[in-house]
Design a protein around this ligand. Structure first.
Ligand code: ADP
Ligand code: ZN
Ligand code: MG
Length: 475
């Protein structure tokens, strides 16, 4: 069998999080459950209505462009993309063709071709048997489309992993920029993958476009499935070979199926929408100001976490992917202001705090001051890790100083040899059987006595000191 290269180009749609729709004043609410609530003559395509561009939506796409290090067009315009389908009542979708808002840029392994703005379609409900219903709540919602350049990978595994990573990274970027919820399950972000295989690294094979990818998992699996299918066709060398077409992903059967032979852009008879003024983006917006207003982006944050705190990749990703956590953690970092203390904090966050939150969704992030104080006590060896874990639970429930609790409840680590010796003697007297076992050579018995001291002191004894005292007493 030949070695095959896999080429991928992605087309990703994301609904923008704006107050109102793209060309009318209707509310843009993706969670509206009552059908045909947020509608008006404009998004219902009544004759004589005129679209008005939502400036905020344009600004959101500009932000995406700046974050991708792309070019923001001087001149931009909206076009009519003509096709007939019940979900597009005007008989055309307002989109952008020749002059997209954004061109160029890059993210993860892919170069970006363009990002443009269009309007989302209505929702068809085909689940009623012999008739269909249409919900226009989504019609006219601002929708950005990002298209990547084709990128060739050495294997289908690499291609599917990198394409999936790109989609995740774009979702993160949209979250960080605050421009889209980009929830794939809700259809707020939709991925289409163009896929081709070739045994010649320098020459693209015939591509197939796969639609209906509603989760990162399906992106990954569809690319693997489709490359295998195409390689098989090439290896068998029979029939008409690979056909350029649009295929759908069947989530239940985990396979792709032919939907239609691909239409070309001529089929859409694009032309500039005469109802919408053309504009110059650099006159409309102050690019420098928007650029300065961008938050720290995922890639920047990732690099900073690695460089400043020397964290494990896995921990870095935990923080990068959880914006609420990252924001809370940032305040902790500012207070602790010390790499060693921050590392201890990360440890308590990833292995304890997040565990607590996972088991109980109601668990809240503690007051940062209290948490930093707790870490400070651990760092100073003032409390044992067991006490620290207990205190952590308590400060997630109440806004209390862990230091005050520890002092009041006598939980500070006892390194005080005299006090510990007294307790140890007491424990030895109460456990003659264990002591005998130990004297007969059973090393483990000593740890059982240490455990009793820990219990007696509510975890505040320093276990290694306790162990030393015991073994001295039992010599
Ligand atoms: P079309 O005109 O068929 O829509 P485009 O040139 O606009 O094709 O490209 C659409 C998407 O397909 C882009 O993301 C592009 O990177 C990708 N693409 C183009 N050629 C290939 C190929 N041979 N293999 C995989 N992806 C491709
Ligand atoms: Zn409307
Ligand atoms: Mg295209």
């Amino acid at each position: 069998m030949n070695k095959y290269y896999t080429t991928i180009g992605l087309e990703i749609h994301a609904e923008l999080k704006t107050k109102t729709k793209m060309f009318c004043a209707c509310i843009n609410n993706p969670d509206e459950k009552n059908p045909n609530t947020n509608i008006c003559p404009v998004c219902m395509a009544h004759p004589g209505t005129l679209p008005v561009v939502n400036k905020k939506a344009v600004e959101n796409v500009v932000k995406v462009g700046l974050a991708l290090d792309a070019n923001i067009a001087d001149f931009t315009e909206f076009d009519r993309k003509n096709y007939f389908y019940p979900d597009i009542p005007k008989g055309y979708q307002i989109s952008q063709y020749k002059y997209p808002i954004v061109s160029g840029g890059h993210l993860a392994d892919f170069d970006v071709t363009r990002v443009h703005l269009e309007e989302d379609t209505a929702n068809n409900k085909h689940d009623r048997g012999d008739y269909s219903l249409i919900d226009f709540n989504r019609a006219g919602v601002p929708l950005m489309e990002l298209v990547t350049e084709p990128h060739t990978f050495a294997s289908s595994e690499e291609a599917s992993a990198k394409a999936t990573f790109f989609a995740k990274e774009l979702q993160l970027l949209l979250w960080y920029l605050g421009v889209s919820e980009a929830n794939m399950e809700k259809g707020e972000m939709r991925v289409e993958a163009n896929i081709s295989v070739s045994s010649d690294k320098e020459k693209f094979g015939t591509k197939v476009e796969v639609k209906n990818l509603n989760s990162f998992r399906s992106v990954e699996r569809a690319i693997k499935y489709e490359t295998d299918r195409m390689i098989k066709i090439l290896e068998e060398g029979k029939g008409e070979g690979i056909v350029q077409e649009t295929r759908g992903w069947d989530e239940n059967k985990q396979l792709t199926f032919s939907q239609r032979k691909k239409e070309t852009s001529q089929d859409y008879r694009y032309f500039p929408d005469p109802d919408i003024p053309k504009f110059n983006l650099h006159k409309l917006f102050n690019m420098e100001e928007i650029h300065k207003s961008l938050p720290e982006l995922p890639a920047q944050k990732r690099a900073r976490y690695k460089k400043d705190f020397d964290l494990k990749d896995e921990d870095v990703e935990t923080f990068i992917n959880d914006m609420e956590l990252a924001e809370w953690f940032q305040s902790v970092v500012v207070i602790l202001n010390d790499v060693e203390k921050i590392k201890i904090a990360v440890n308590y966050i990833t292995s304890d705090l997040l565990g607590l939150k996972k088991n109980n969704a109601d668990v809240k992030y503690p007051n940062v001051k209290n948490f930093a104080e707790l870490i400070e006590m651990v760092f100073q060896n003032q409390i044992s890790s067991r006490v620290a874990k207990d205190l952590l639970i308590r400060i997630t429930k109440d806004d209390m100083s862990p230091k005050e609790i520890a002092e009041k409840e006598d939980l500070l680590q006892k390194n005080d040899t005299d006090a510990l010796t007294k307790i140890a003697q007491d424990i030895i007297e109460k456990n003659p059987k264990v002591v005998e076992d130990y004297k007969n050579g059973k090393e483990n018995a000593l740890m059982s006595l240490v455990g009793q001291i820990m219990k007696e002191t509510k975890g505040s004894a320093n276990p290694s000191v306790a162990k030393e005292i015991l073994s001295n007493l039992l010599k």
